[in-house]
Design a protein around this ligand. Structure first.
Ligand code: SF4
Ligand code: SF4
Length: 156
């Protein structure tokens, strides 16, 4: 009886389900060949900005570190020959970071931003200490959305 029920009901039902989905557009992506475009306000890996002339925007004021609820930012300041402050060392511990974006909000120089990069898994804890050089290199091409944020920030 069980055999007949399987052949007459369960098997055709299974084939029908397979056929139903065979010609449908797949809902999955072929990652990593097809990457997902993140939402404009997505907060991923940080990057540091430069001025148009190439100098670093960060003046090592420490406001980002003070506003960080996870105590993930470490910095050491220095001075250039003409007396301008800059961050000699600037590190973010990505294992502590909760990607809240407070550092970005607190920065008066518009120096630090959270980008869209989300692929930074690793099996070595040390590689999650994200250095200033890495953050400067990670700087993407400015998008129109960010340009608008800059303008709004200047007004308020
Ligand atoms: S995103 Fe939040 S938790 Fe991460 S470094 Fe910035 S302030 Fe700290
Ligand atoms: S990133 Fe911004 S808030 Fe943080 S130390 Fe540099 S200038 Fe100050």
């Amino acid at each position: 009886m069980n055999f007949i029920r399987t052949v007459i009901i369960a098997l055709p039902k299974g084939f029908y389900t397979t056929l139903k989905h065979l010609f449908k557009k797949p809902v999955t992506r072929k990652y990593p060949y097809e990457r997902r475009e993140m939402a404009p306000r997505y907060r991923g890996k940080h990057y540091l900005e430069r001025y148009d002339d190439g100098t670093e925007r960060c003046v090592c004021c420490g406001l980002c570190a003070a506003s960080c609820p996870a105590d993930a930012i470490y910095m050491e300041g220095g001075e250039t020959d003409n007396g301008e402050r800059f961050a000699k060392v600037y590190e973010i511990n990505l294992l502590r970071c909760i990607f809240c974006g407070f550092c970005e909000e607190a920065c008066p120089e518009e120096a630090i931003f959270l980008g869209h990069e989300y692929e930074f898994s690793d099996d070595n804890r040390d590689s999650f200490i994200y250095t200033k050089e890495q953050m400067l290199a990670n700087r993407p091409k400015e998008k129109p959305f960010k340009r608008i944020i800059r303008k709004v920030r200047r007004i308020f």
